[in-house]
Design a protein. Structure first.
Length: 227
């Protein structure tokens, strides 16, 4: 169950790479469309995941203790780490998809696979300059990642309140979406005027999500130990 959930979160995190790909080929609009498609796909599938958790709760097949959930929760930062390690290969796939859109107006018609990523200034570092932006993204994703393990524990403890507990996922998802939409995306839109700068920022945003998932795991581990 957590393997599937971590995979969906991984798809959502890859939206940073998809948006970067659009700027890399000087077609920010196509990157935005791909980002929106991936984000909508991952979040829609996460919501469709809720009936499965409800069914497992009804049959008593859901995890029985926080120790099992903690070990399973480790899959999330592990998969995000793999995404970060293989980000270049993922970007090549996205660049190929964007090339298909440019040539055919479709993701599904074949074109030559893109093997070369446009060069950027590798010396550019933005961590200090945009520290505030990264902190906002970091904090907004911690409750987003923490929501599901806590929901599973609550379902185990209070199965009679299943509808209310599953509905809590919408609250955490909504908070994350509002923060990104109202504070993060406008800043990124402004930075989009500077190609090398925005490419570097999107690289680091993927790393920020990885750190956020690790922080969420450590917080959950601490709660599991002391409660």
């Amino acid at each position: 169950m957590f393997l599937l959930l971590s995979f969906l979160f991984c798809i959502e995190a890859s939206t940073s790479i998809s948006r970067k790909s659009g700027y890399a080929i000087n077609n920010a609009a196509s990157g935005l469309i791909l980002q929106s498609s991936l984000g909508l796909l991952s979040r829609a599938l996460i919501f469709m995941f809720m009936p499965l958790i409800g069914a497992l709760s009804d049959t008593g097949s859901i995890y029985s203790n926080s120790y099992s959930i903690t070990l399973s929760f480790l899959l999330l930062p592990s998969m995000l780490f793999l995404l970060f390690i293989f980000r270049v290969e993922v970007e090549k796939i996205f660049l190929t998809l964007l090339k298909r859109v440019e040539v055919h107006g479709s993701y599904f018609k074949k074109v030559k696979f893109v093997n070369n990523i446009p060069r950027t200034d590798s010396r550019l570092r933005t961590a200090k300059k945009f520290k505030g932006l990264y902190i906002v993204v970091f904090l907004s994703y911690i409750p987003y990642y923490l929501a599901w393990p806590f929901i599973i524990i609550l379902l185990n403890t209070y199965p009679e309140n299943r509808g209310f507990i599953l509905g809590l996922s919408s609250v955490f998802n909504g908070v994350n979406t509002l923060v990104l939409t109202l504070f993060v995306d406008p800043k990124l839109a402004k930075l989009g005027m500077y190609r090398n700068l925005i490419l570097s920022v999107y690289n680091e945003l993927l790393l920020v999500r990885l750190f956020s998932s690790l922080a969420a795991f450590l917080l959950f581990l601490a709660v599991s130990i002391f409660i």
